[in-house]
Every structure is written in structure tokens, then in C-alpha cells.
Design a protein around this ligand. Structure first.
Ligand code: C2E
Ligand code: MG
Ligand code: MG
Length: 243
């Protein structure tokens, strides 16, 4: 099953995106988290089938929300390296858009640095084709995977998602604070959108807001929730700050 977690705009204090996060609804063991089965799915190649299902389900859900008049900009879908490697990766993206009727600008692919760099020439080529369709591309877990920043200028990237490890110690650790500030500067310089992952406290949120981080996502606003609860969150348009 797919759960969805809101991505919030700092200024409007409204939901701008929803990230689709998979769970395995196991008959005995209940909900199994992706960390327990995605690596195995990648090893066995099953990830391609799973990934295709995730992509199609998320695009259909997003279009359903749009049809119902719910306001948000984009649906974010996590993509693994094996999927990018597939010869028909670009076709699969086009197909998911065509079948759901979702406009390309409403789809955001979340890819980690390491997945993107596995075969950088092949990734660049495919991601450029995908970006030309109008699909957005985000770097997931930014700051954890790859030490060269040169690729940021070379690949068609729209958003950097600061990894939650940097957000976690934000208020106590001056060092962590300066890394996050530097990431915000990089994003601004390169005209990329910046989203902070794993925001759990008001203090973290305040720091990010003061430093002009544009978007954030985390338990502070909402955990990942099943589709019908995500629909409620979109419909309520509740303010960013809990009352
Ligand atoms: P990710 O894409 O970086 O997703 C963020 C993870 O952080 C999610 O864990 C989310 O539930 C969790 N999270 C969100 N806010 C907070 C917070 O405030 N505090 C803390 N401590 N955690 C927070 P989840 O759902 O267990 O997913 C883990 C990873 O599994 C994802 O990391 C992603 O890499 C992978 N994954 C999830 N769904 C899919 C999928 O459909 N396809 C692929 N290929 N990978 C997926
Ligand atoms: Mg992600
Ligand atoms: Mg992440």
C-alpha cells in the first residue's frame, strides 16, 4: 500500500506536495516498512515491478485528488537505481502520465545521489528526456551520498531534499546548523528549490524559516498516512502550525 506524507510550503503554510511512501501490508506481520523489503526487492529485481506499481498508483491518486478539486502542486515518487537502469524507464514515466491523465509538471521523481551516479551518463540522458517532458526531479537524502557537487550543474534537477540527519540536531549543534545554512545557500545560488526532510520540532522549523528554506516535510506536520487520511489533510487545508 502507499502512504502519503505532506510537503509544506513555508510561506503559504499549505501542502504543496505529497510524497508516496510504500508499506507492505503483510497478512500476519501487519505494516512492514520499506527499509525491510526495498533492499531485497532491489537485489532480486522485483523493485522494477513494485516501482511501476508505485508510479502508476501515485499518479492515479494525484489525478483523483486534482479531479476532486483538492489543491496541491505535485506528487513525489521515490525511484531506485534499478528503475533508472531499465531501457524503457522514460517510456514507463510517459505511460504513467498518459494512463492517469496527470500533467507532467505535477510529477516529482525523488532520486538519491548514489542512484543518479551509478551510471551517470545513462542517468543524465534519461533524466534530461524526463525533465523535457516537464517532470520535476528531486535529489533525495541530499548531503549523504556523494561528495562531488559538480553534478548539480550538469543534471536537470529542480529540488534538493536535505537529508533528515542534518535536520535532527539542528538547534543544538552549531556545526550542523552551518551545514544546513550552506546547503540553503547552494540551493539559492543554483536556483533550486530546497526542502528539509524530517522536521519534527518547532525549533527546527523556526531555524529553517529564518534561513529562508522554502519547503519542509516531517512528523511536525504529519506522519505518512493512508490515502483517505491524506485526502482529509488536503481537504481541511489546515494551517501549518498545530493549534
Ligand atoms: P525517503 O524517501 O528519504 O523518505 C523519508 C523517510 O523518512 C520515510 O520513511 C518517512 O516516513 C520518514 N520520515 C518522514 N518525516 C520524518 C520525521 O519527521 N522524522 C523521522 N524520524 N522520519 C521521518 P519510510 O517511509 O520508512 O521510507 C524509508 C525509505 O524507503 C525512503 O526514504 C525511500 O528511500 C524508501 N522508499 C519508500 N517508498 C519507496 C518506493 O515506493 N520506492 C522506492 N524505490 N523506495 C521507497
Ligand atoms: Mg523520498
Ligand atoms: Mg530522504
Amino acid at each position: 500500500v502507499l502512504f502519503y506524507q505532506p510537503q509544506m510550503d513555508m510561506q503559504s503554510e499549505q501542502i504543496v506536495g505529497m510524497e508516496a511512501l510504500i508499506r507492505w501490508n503483510h497478512p500476519k506481520n501487519k505494516l512492514i516498512l520499506p527499509s525491510e523489503f526495498i533492499p531485497l526487492a532491489e537485489e532480486t529485481g522485483l523493485i522494477n515491478m513494485i516501482g511501476e506499481w508505485v508510479l502508476n498508483t501515485a499518479c492515479n491518486q494525484a489525478q483523483e485528488w486534482k479531479n476532486d478539486g483538492l489543491s496541491f502542486n505535485r506528487i513525489a515518487v521515490n525511484i531506485s537505481a534499478c528503475q533508472i537502469e531499465q531501457a524503457d524507464f522514460v517510456e514507463k514515466i510517459k505511460l504513467a502520465l498518459d494512463m492517469s491523465g496527470l500533467e507532467s509538471g505535477s510529477l516529482d521523481l525523488e532520486i538519491t545521489e548514489s542512484a543518479m551516479m551509478k551510471d551517470v551518463d545513462d542517468s543524465r540522458d534519461k533524466l534530461r528526456q524526463i525533465a523535457e517532458l516537464g517532470v520535476q526531479i528531486s535529489i533525495d537524502d541530499f548531503g549523504t551520498g556523494y561528495s562531488s557537487l559538480a553534478y548539480l550543474k550538469d543534471l536537470p534537477i529542480h529540488t534538493l531534499k536535505i537529508d533528515q540527519s542534518f535536520i535532527r540536531d539542528l538547534t543544538e549543534d552549531v556545526c550542523e546548523n552551518s551545514i544546513v545554512s550552506a546547503m540553503i545557500q547552494i540551493a539559492r545560488g543554483l536556483k533550486l528549490r530546497l526542502l528539509a526532510e524530517g522536521v519534527e520540532t518547532a525549533l527546527q522549523l523556526e531555524f529553517l524559516r529564518k534561513n529562508n528554506c522554502e519547503e519542509c516535510q516531517g512528523y511536525y506536520f504529519s506522519q505518512p498516512v493512508p490515502a483517505h487520511d491524506a485526502t482529509d489533510l488536503l481537504a481541511k487545508r489546515k494551517s501549518f502550525y498545530p493549534v
